[in-house]
Write a protein that binds this ligand. Structure first.
Ligand SMILES: *Cc1c(COP(=O)(O)O)cnc(C)c1O
Length: 379
């Protein structure tokens, strides 16, 4: 069925269509000048030294784990309240994920205290996720990482241009990954970005992206190089120039889009703060953030009631989602036997409400009124 109010809407217009068309007409569609331009935009906008475009964020996370040197016998600590890719990347390199709990319904990112409890002599790193684009407690996390000599990967998929104490998310740890999947803040269908301030990591990432080849075909086609070496075991993690051209247009729109999302969030919070039995995570955050999604958590509730409330909202024509079904309960992760009570509560009681710049105040009122009625009627 078509929802009256979808969860997300694609912020595309003639500009993306023209960018794709122009790139097709240019005669160069694989990784080339548009990717270079997009990487430079990330460097400028994030104030980071290096950016390497990737086919998607999952591959960018895989590269992060490779350049951090995680491998067999190593443990890497990660939240469970995330998309499976944040955890799968640890296993791609043969390392073992160890789950840390979140702080609670008010702050659904990793709890630094639980992170510290999960450290063993085998721990080599941390994969941090900034849920909904809200920063994890990076000061505490980086201090723990420094104390125990751990590498920090930021899965910053939700937080393009989000800030933590004046720094952009993705520039605080050792390296970071962004996604341009259709429903992310920057949409190209598929696509991603790896960023770092570490020159050695950038060099490795660029090699891994393209088979470990010492030169790229665009360089060879433009006469700068004729030969190549295969210097390491690489992959094909490249993004094509058609998508990079679309990403450039999306990135130009992003600051304005995020400003509007801030207003949407403010209206949601003003309205929801008057409703009992529901909490908005990170409600007290005052930093600039991406507002990728709008999660709420029901209080004194349970999974069965949450599902009934979602169904009630769905019948009213409003699409919702759950971010996320906790990774430690999936079949392939169950055997790790993680015990994460705060994550369990939030995964069972969270509802993600629609969030995008084009949401009108009438629509936000309608969503909040429907949620309020559902909370009152469904015990
Ligand atoms: C979307 C997402 C990913 C995966 O991104 P892709 O570009 O689809 O590979 C990884 N981590 C998080 C937190 C995500 O939301």
């Amino acid at each position: 069925m078509a929802y009256k109010i979808p969860l997300f809407n694609l912020n595309f217009d003639e500009r993306e269509a023209k960018a794709a068309y122009d790139t097709i007409k240019s005669g160069w569609i694989s990784t080339g000048p548009k990717n270079a331009e997009l990487e430079q935009m990330f460097i400028d906008m994030w104030k980071v030294k290096y950016a390497v475009s990737m086919s998607n964020c999952t591959d960018a996370l895989h590269v992060c784990c490779m350049v951090c040197g995680f491998g067999p016998g190593d443990e890497v600590i990660v939240p469970s309240l995330t998309f499976a890719a944040s955890v799968n990347c640890i296993r791609y390199v043969g390392a073992t994920p160890v789950f840390a709990d979140i702080i609670g319904p008010d702050h659904i990112n990793m709890d630094p205290a639980d992170l510290e409890r999960k450290i063993t002599p085998k721990t080599k790193g941390i994969v941090i996720v900034h849920m909904a684009g809200f920063p994890a407690r990076m000061d505490e996390i980086m201090a723990i990482a420094k104390k125990h000599n751990l590498k920090v990967v930021e899965d910053a998929c939700h937080g393009p241009l989000s800030e933590y104490k004046g720094k952009k998310l993705g520039t605080i740890g050792d390296c970071a990954a962004f996604s341009f999947f259709s429903n992310k803040n920057i949409s190209t269908g598929e696509g991603g970005m790896f960023i770092t301030n570490n020159e050695e990591m950038e060099k490795q990432a660029r090699l891994i992206r393209s088979h470990g080849m010492s030169t790229m075909s665009y360089q060879r086609a433009s006469g700068h190089a004729t030969e190549y070496d295969i210097t390491c075991l690489g992959y094909n993690f490249r993004m094509d120039d058609i998508r990079a051209a679309i990403a450039i247009e999306q990135l130009k729109k992003l600051p304005g889009d995020l400003e509007t999302r801030i207003k949407v969030r403010k209206q949601y919070i003003d309205r929801l703060s008057k409703i009992e039995g529901v909490v908005v995570p990170f409600a007290e955050n005052t930093e600039f953030v991406s507002n990728y999604i709008f999660p709420v958590v029901l209080l004194n509730s349970n999974k069965e009631r949450r599902n009934k409330i979602r169904e009630y909202i769905h019948v009213a024509g409003i699409q919702t989602s759950v971010h996320y079904p906790a990774v430690h309960h999936f079949s392939t992760y169950k055997e790790l036997g993680a015990v994460l009570p705060k994550t369990d509560y939030v995964t069972d009681n969270e509802i993600t409400l629609p969030m995008y710049a084009a949401l009108t105040s009438e629509q936000i009122d309608f969503i909040c009124n429907t949620l309020e009625k559902a909370i009152k009627e469904i015990k």
